[in-house]
Write a protein that binds this ligand. Structure first.
Ligand code: 13P
Length: 340
């Protein structure tokens, strides 16, 4: 375990004005996304699309890191460089998704548990050798009638902690992602309660497995109303609830916190981040680690056509720039209109 390297990586991940692109969609998720724009989801199209995003001119100004899927970490850019080296050359940290997706929690309908611990120590060493310097593991928490259960929170928290300890031993910074889904009719208040219980369980498990808090990045969902609830909490309410939960549960020793977008609209994800980052006196830097909220406009423009690549890159650059500003509390809605 190289503590110096871990500290350097963690600090770089949350460097001022930058955030992280999640480009680690599994092939199944990628298929869903490509289908919406009529693109066949094969290995070459996935390589071309990711190459387009990573090759966006000037994107390194706003991206500290990119989370890769296993396949992408072994693919090459058009100029023949392996993607992790290609990104590193641009000053962007290559990261890797290491979980293997979710299974049903036994005896608890509707709840999920993340798999992928078997053989992880060996895989981690390989990812380090491929150039990956941070990793991601996503746990999924669903809000519904009588769920989440203690069993689900406990099992996922322990898997997150075991994964995090394995990462740190391999000198790879763990990003732990307990995602509370926004699907459902629940209120923002209920989402706040569930986030609190989830994060409490998560940090109790980190302590139980001796995970070093100084070398750990939290990737969290925001406290928003359930997608099907007719009353949607506004930007200030989301920001207040989210920051209150984080202050209650996340140790100040953490080098930083990043957010997932989780199905929020592109602009809502930016506005929420901006409102939180503008708050004074937080113990951690806050920034983005979005997939959909960074990629949506670019994917819609690209549609698998090489001739659309430059316009798609422009749209991606814009979202990254807006979120870079939001991570410093410097975004304003009229900056979106100026660009449109
Ligand atoms: P979204 O921003 O689309 O939620 O994706 C982030 C992510 O990494 C999910 O695991």
């Amino acid at each position: 375990m190289d503590q110096q390297l871990l500290s350097k990586t963690a600090a770089a991940m949350v460097a001022k004005g930058k955030g992280i692109l999640a480009a680690d969609e599994s092939s199944g998720t990628c298929e869903k996304r490509f289908k919406t724009v009529g693109v066949e989801c094969n290995e070459e199209n996935r390589r071309v699309y990711r190459g387009l995003l990573f090759g966006t001119p000037g994107i390194e100004q706003y991206l500290s890191g990119v989370i890769l899927f296993d396949e992408t970490a072994r693919q090459k850019s058009n100029d023949g460089l392996a993607f992790p080296q290609y990104l590193a050359k641009k000053g962007i940290l290559p990261g890797i998704k290491v979980d293997k997706g979710v299974i049903d929690v036994p005896f608890s309908a509707g709840e999920k548990l993340t798999e992928g611990l078997d053989g992880l120590q060996k895989r981690m060493k390989e990812y380090f050798d491929l150039g990956c310097r941070f990793a991601k593991w996503r746990a999924v928490i669903t809000i519904g009638k009588d769920i989440p259960t203690h069993t689900c929170l406990y099992a996922n928290a322990h898997a997150l902690a075991r994964y995090a300890a394995i990462c740190q031993e391999a000198s790879i910074v763990p990003m732990i992602e307990p995602e509370v889904l926004l699907d459902g009719v629940h209120t923002a208040e209920r989402s706040e309660e569930v986030h609190e219980a989830t994060l409490r369980a998560t940090y109790a498990a980190m302590a139980a497995y001796n995970v070093s808090l100084e070398h750990l990045i939290l990737k969290t969902s925001m406290v928003v109303s359930g997608k099907d609830n007719p009353r949607q909490a506004g930007v200030d309410e989301v920001a207040e609830r989210t920051v209150r939960v984080l202050k209650r549960t996340v140790p100040a020793a953490l080098p930083g916190i990043v957010f997932l977008s989780g199905g929020q609209s592109d602009e809502a994800a930016t506005a929420h981040l901006n409102a939180m980052a503008a708050m004074k006196g937080l113990p951690w830097p806050l920034t983005f680690s979005y997939s959909r909220a960074l990629q949506n406009p670019a994917l819609k423009i690209w549609r698998g056509q090489a001739g659309n690549a430059a316009s798609a890159q422009k749209a991606f650059h814009h979202r990254a720039q807006m979120n870079g500003l939001a991570s410093q509390g410097k975004w304003r809605a009229d900056l979106e209109k100026q660009a449109a």
